[in-house]
Unconditional design. Sequence first.
Length: 328
Amino acid sequence: TRTPVNVTVTGAAGQIGYALLFRIASGQLLGADVPVRLRLLEIPQAVKAAEGTAMELDDCAFPLLSGVDIFDDATKAFEGANVALLVGARPRTKGMERGDLLEANGGIFKPQGEAINAGAADDIKVLVVGNPANTNALIARSHAPDVPAERFTAMTRLDHNRALAQLARKAGVSVADLRKLTIWGNHSATQYPDIFHAEIAGKNAAETVNDQAWLENDFIPTVAKRGAAIIEARGASSAASAASAAIDHVHTWVNGTAEGDWTSMAVVSDGSYGVPEGLISSFPVTTKDGAWEIVQGLEINEFSRGRIDASVAELAEERDAVRKLGLI
Ligand code: NAI
């Protein structure tokens, strides 16, 4: 039998955690033949709730789940981790300035980066979900100097999936007919969902849709503001869809993108497409054998250039702000 893969999940007692853990344990993260051991990290006040979730995991009798351990200490939680899903974060509360938010999250992602550096397995793959996800990933990464930078990623797969759903609806097709959609930049309202290289049943999506007003006034804002619309409707932020996107992100990273397609992941920039080196920005990415590559050579039109530059400028501002705070 195979050795179980250690999956560390932070914020395990939160609402995304509740939607995520059962799917990991059932084999949807890594594959139906890969046993997993869950290592849950929570703050001390939430450990009891995490224990309750662990009882329910027991009660599912998942054949692939070889154990659940719960920690309130990051060093222990990341020991031997092969996959780390960093979901727990400090949300923005009323009256909180952006600097306060970045500082509070620095207090979470700096020690977690250090713990990953100290004890994670050599093949560690990190996905940051907790917001501001790109910059939290940057903070964690900068405190894990011994871990290759490409192992730290942030989630824009929910944005990608949201964009697929909107485009499929507009075109009257199934999401399965769509390829090569891209989310560029920051997981924030400035993100740019790009359909200029996307394909609908093999034909260029932007040309097929041929509706620039829809693109600018409907599609882009709907995707970018979807999180707020969910909160408005549900009275709580997206949880099951976020968990589903986290499953997709890691599954694609580990198992590869399909021939003729790509996905969106926020990864460390090598300077591609004018994104300053070192920023963790969303790109079109292919994956193979557990490694990702930024898709090269795409022609970026003027409209896309402006949108990408605006989102990347926001990432650079966030980086400068955390640098000023001494967090990176
Ligand atoms: P939640 O508030 O329900 O759960 C967060 C959990 O994290 C809580 O149980 C809390 O105790 C825990 N936590 C806080 N500090 C921690 C620490 N230092 N170590 C371990 N656990 C810690 O929040 P929810 O809805 O589960 O969302 C989690 C994060 O995901 C938020 O930051 C949210 O903004 C973000 N998010 C990101 C998305 C993306 O597309 N990248 C989409 C949706 C949400």
